[in-house]
Ligand binder design. Structure first.
Ligand SMILES: C[S@@+](CC[C@H](N)C(=O)[O-])C[C@H]1O[C@@H](n2cnc3c(N)ncnc32)[C@H](O)[C@@H]1O
Length: 480
């Protein structure tokens, strides 16, 4: 199996692309039904948060025709799960929680199918729905296969509500079966408490059971030990919002622990809600084979950039991307399905960062930026993407936006071919002159999607990466 990034709805992709019992470890961090819109905040090269903001995903669910269809599928296929879902519906009625659970249930059934009998699954959730999800997981994976409810504890700014601050998420860990070949490695150890240290020093306390399962009295071995095996409460700092590439980004350390505990090098790891790719990046680091799925092109393009910036890993040399247009009909199809996804994809082709600004997303004429370093300063090019009919007017408008925004260059990306008058108009707008390079760069540059497929790119001085090189390796020590 090759490393693969899938763009699309994970239900479709799981059903059509992922084989039965082919995955060793699944980590999933679905939206939590938090009724929040998650925005992406991009950073200027100086580190300041930029004005550009994009809604990455909406975490609100409603009972719909789709929920009804999924619910019927569940009723028809799996008896115990169907019973549970029927009971949930009777209790919850057709509300948003029920819609969320139905969406999760059909996906968890697919995840159960694709997991190997020796595999493990970690479901990340928060107290909004974790109690329902645990019942669902019991029904799908079996109560006896429940292993841990991991509490991920972190700190954040107090909210000032009249209750205790909510400072944890829950990760439900289940095995697929009771197979003796399931991998579980005690990968690290915690410090002993002071009282234990006082009583036993650094000796090892050994406890065990006899053949009948009766507990034997603890014995003290006079050897220096590694500490106490890690338990199910993990104190790991959150990725601070200012450092996040993506809302809800999880810390690499969390994924490192899960992957090292429940897989070996070369095993296959799947993240069906992969966001900005924390699982993917850590799996790559730990030499696992990875499969990531996300429904937005923003995620796919962020992951592509992270892999390139950190490991110099690129597609199609090192991994496959599925669902990304590879030819003109594919680009047309993407535009027809979703204009925003088309724009984000087009912006990612020229290594730009997407932009959706203005009041209520009003059209500012800007779809993205490319920052570049020249004359010891950061400068910018503005990207405008058009998927419909284009003409000279669009070139004039882009030129005006470049002047208004005090940018140096305008990159015009069009799905339709450009015309002779458009090209003439662009040439007429002159050049950006770099004194450092002693070179002229056309101020307005037109690129068709077809030309981009032919590997033509904007002619811009040295481009700056907006994605910081993350630390390659985290949480490798024994005592953390
Ligand atoms: C909570 S975020 C995951 C964050 C991720 N763990 C990280 O560290 O970046 C949830 C992700 O699920 C994606 N998503 C939501 N519904 C999906 C679906 N049906 N199929 C695939 N991805 C989906 C969203 O686009 C979002 O990126």
């Amino acid at each position: 199996m090759d490393n693969t990034l899938y763009y699309g709805d994970n239900l479709n992709i799981l059903r059509h692309k992922v084989k039965d019992e082919s995955i060793d470890l699944i980590y999933l961090d679905p939206p939590f039904n938090s009724k929040t819109d998650y925005n992406i905040l991009f950073k200027e090269p100086t580190g300041e948060l930029s004005k550009s903001q994009i809604m990455a995903f909406e975490d609100t669910w409603h009972w719909s025709e789709e929920s009804e269809k999924a619910f019927e599928e569940i009723l028809m296929s799996h008896s115990e799960v169907a019973e549970m879902m029927r009971a949930f519906r009777e209790f919850l009625k057709d509300n948003d929680v029920m819609a969320y659970l139905t969406m999760m249930c059909v996906r968890l059934l697919e995840l159960q199918r694709v997991l190997k009998t020796t595999g493990s699954i970690y479901l990340h959730c928060d107290p909004t729905a974790s109690h329902y999800l645990k019942i669902l997981m019991d029904a799908i994976f079996g109560k006896k296969n429940f292993k841990n409810e991991i509490i991920w504890h972190y700190r954040k700014w107090p909210s000032g509500k009249r209750q205790f601050q909510r400072n944890h998420d829950i990760v439900l860990f289940y095995a697929k079966s009771d197979s003796a070949d399931r991998i579980f490695k005690q990968i690290d150890f915690m410090e002993r408490t002071e009282s234990t240290l006082k009583r036993f020093g650094k000796s090892k306390i050994v406890s065990g059971h006899d053949e009948n399962g009766n507990r034997l009295p603890s014995q003290v071995e006079d050897v220096e030990s590694l500490g106490v095996p890690r338990d199910d409460v993990w104190d790991i700092g959150r990725v601070p919002p200012i450092k996040q590439l993506f809302p809800t980004q999880k810390p690499q350390q969390l994924l490192s622990r899960i992957i090292r505990a429940s897989s070996n090098e070369g095993d296959v790891i799947l993240d069906p809600f992969c966001g900005c790719g924390t699982t993917i990046v850590e799996a790559q680091n730990l030499k696992r084979i990875w499969q990531g799925i996300d429904i937005t092109f923003l995620s796919i393009s962020l992951i592509k950039k992270r892999l390139k910036d950190i490991y110099n890993v690129t597609a199609p040399k090192d991994y496959q991307i599925f669902g990304e247009p590879t030819d003109l009909p594919g680009a047309l199809a993407l535009k027809d399905i979703n204009k925003h996804q088309f724009q984000w994809w087009a912006v990612s082709l020229v290594d730009g960062i997407p932009y959706k600004g203005g009041k209520k997303g009003a059209d500012t004429g800007i779809d993205g930026y490319i920052y570049f370093a020249d004359e010891e300063k950061y400068k910018k090019a503005i990207i405008s993407v058009k998927s419909g009919h284009v003409g000279v007017k669009d070139i004039r408008e882009l030129n005006d936006v470049v002047d208004r925004e005090k940018a140096e260059i305008g990159v015009f990306i069009t799905l339709e071919s450009s015309t002779e008058p458009m090209r003439k108009e662009a040439i007429g707008k002159g050049f950006y002159y770099s004194t450092k390079l002693n070179k002229n760069f056309p101020k307005i540059q037109i690129l068709t999607i077809e030309e981009l497929f032919d590997n033509r790119r904007p002619n811009i001085p040295q481009v700056v990466s907006m994605y910081k090189k993350a630390e390659k390796s985290v949480d490798q020590g024994m005592l953390i």
